[in-house]
Design a protein around this ligand. Structure first.
Ligand SMILES: [Zn+2]
Length: 326
């Protein structure tokens, strides 16, 4: 068994904010009324559009966004999901996102790498055409999954290159996360450089918000993929000490919606066949040390011959950490 690495800092999962739901495998409580507000200090709720009526939240979600305090207000808890690519949100949480009220859905990249091999394989002659096709697939998949975010933002970075734009992305996400009660993103597992960039940006943004005396959202993660035992592990987490995960089986309706959504990602068909649809997994995010290799100790994308590799990624992360500490 490999040693856990990359956890030089104390886990973000321990401490007073750990909630009772972290009892692994505990059955979900009955769904609660949508009028329940899980409050955090200093929300900036006024700027949040109310494009969609709050859906019925799952009990899982309420528990994960809980901070231990409730209010009688009718507002929902603003939640941001920050995904690297169009399809990550469905593969990770496609069965449950319809149940999250006041959801802001953010994609950092357009899912089209500069290297044209993925695009050509999918039948596209230009990077732009491939990116547009992926954006349309996402629209259709969200509809199929009945996910109606209150707000969407496509930042539009080139696939595999998010880490090259850390200063810009950090500033954008720091702004986005002001007022959010919870933020959900990828774990730092060396599966994809853009997934790792999401984890970096979210942790860094939350710490900067706290350092500035503002409230920071609860950091959550959905399972993505990583290298394990010489292969690619999909839909599960690499274990993080002290961060119990919650495994959520989908009911037949959720599963049917997710299956319909996944079917819309025609350009990703071969890749997403490897992903289990059910169950979905969520956990509180650990506090990562991004100057060290990701916790599996193995960087999956180092095997792909991409321009970005684990060593170069950590160089960018170190430079960004130095910059924000100045
Ligand atoms: Zn992805």
């Amino acid at each position: 068994m490999r040693a856990l690495v990359g956890f030089g800092a104390p886990s973000g999962c321990r401490g007073a904010s750990i909630m009772s739901f972290m009892t692994s495998g505990a059955p979900a409580a009955a769904a609660m009324n949508t009028s329940v507000l899980w409050s955090t200090h200093g929300w900036r709720r006024a700027a949040r559009p109310q494009a969609s009526p709050p859906a019925k939240p799952t009990s899982m979600w309420e528990r994960f966004t809980a901070t231990g305090k409730r209010s009688g207000s009718s507002a929902a808890a603003p939640t941001a999901l920050i995904a690297a690519h169009p399809d990550d949100e469905i593969l990770g949480l496609g069965g449950q996102l319809a149940g999250i009220p006041d959801l802001t859905l953010i994609h950092l990249t357009d899912g089209a790498p500069l290297d044209m091999s993925d695009a050509r394989r999918a039948g596209f002659a230009t990077r732009g055409a491939y990116a547009r096709a992926r954006a349309l697939e996402l629209d259709r998949a969200l509809r199929a999954a009945q996910i109606i975010p209150a707000r969407r933002r496509a930042v539009g970075m080139t696939d595999q290159e998010a880490v090259e734009h850390l200063p810009q992305l950090l500033a954008l996400m720091e702004e986005e996360l002001r007022g959010a009660a919870a933020v959900i993103t990828h774990p730092y597992e060396g599966g994809h450089p853009d997934h790792d960039a999401c984890a970096f940006i979210v942790q860094c943004a939350c710490e900067r918000l706290r350092a500035a005396g503002r409230a920071a959202p609860v950091r959550l993660e959905f399972a993505s993929y990583h290298a394990r035992d010489g292969a690619q592990a999909t839909g599960i987490f690499w274990p993080a000490a002290g961060c119990a995960e919650r495994t959520i089986p989908l009911d037949p309706a959720q599963l049917a919606r997710k299956r319909a959504a996944v079917a819309e990602f025609a350009t990703q068909k071969e890749v997403i066949m490897a992903f289990p649809l059910d169950p979905e997994r969520v956990r509180r995010a650990p506090r990562y040390d991004f100057t060290r290799p990701p916790p599996p100790g193995d960087v999956l994308y180092d095997r792909f011959g991409w321009r970005m590799n684990g060593e170069l990624w950590r160089e960018r992360a170190r430079a960004m950490l130095e910059r924000v500490r100045r």
